[in-house]
Design a protein around this ligand. Sequence first.
Ligand code: PGA
Length: 254
Amino acid sequence: MRKDLIAGNWKMHMTHQETLQFVQKLSYRLEPSDYERVDVVICPPLTALRTAQVVIESDNLEIGLGAQHCFFEEKGAYTGEVSPQMLSKLAVSYVIAGHSERRQIFGETDEMVNKKVKAILDEGMIPIMCCGETEDEREQGLTEQKVGTQVRLGLQGLTAEQVAGLVIAYEPIWAIGTGKTASADDAGDMCTFVRNTVAEMFGEAADSVRVLYGGSVKPGNIAGLMAKRDIDGALVGGASLDPDSMASLVRYYI
Ligand code: PGA
């Protein structure tokens, strides 16, 4: 019922020229049957979105385009920011909201994440809303409290219909970029917890929400994660930067 989604979060990597080469190489490595099973999404930096859009459209590729960030206002005196509409006009379909790096380094709060999620939906795009605990919080037994709060505040005020199309990424902060992956069992349990939290708020819309795991996902560990009932895909940083590795992630089932 839920289509798997593998999304590459490139973070602050790749120029627009490198993006062009990446998209071409990835497209050579994937086949139509891959896109039937998996939604394949790349999230380049803002400066490379236009290039990615042009190559995807001109070569008629089924690679989805995502952005890593936007502001929640429509327009105005917000130096350095980009609006959801500016992204949707570039054929961007997904936008990451509430990534732990944006929360920790750039001070994004749950309230801002909630506004962002709404603004992204208003422009017809799909938010990939991130949540996750720190190592300290996990050691203190606060994982569910932290993640539950992020999910509840992030989704506050949405309709069940909006929620049904959402993507939520559970990304334990201690696993991001560290090489330490959560065990498939722990990741699966937390993705179930995320879905149950959505179900408490929005009922059966939770069955349609795609819940991703993120944090040091690699070609070597993705199959075990994807075998879990409530894991519908992965948000991948480091291992998404190489087209061979990204293609292996998409073809995890082979
Ligand atoms: P990683 O990053 O795969 O490099 O751990 C994941 C993320 O931050 O989305």
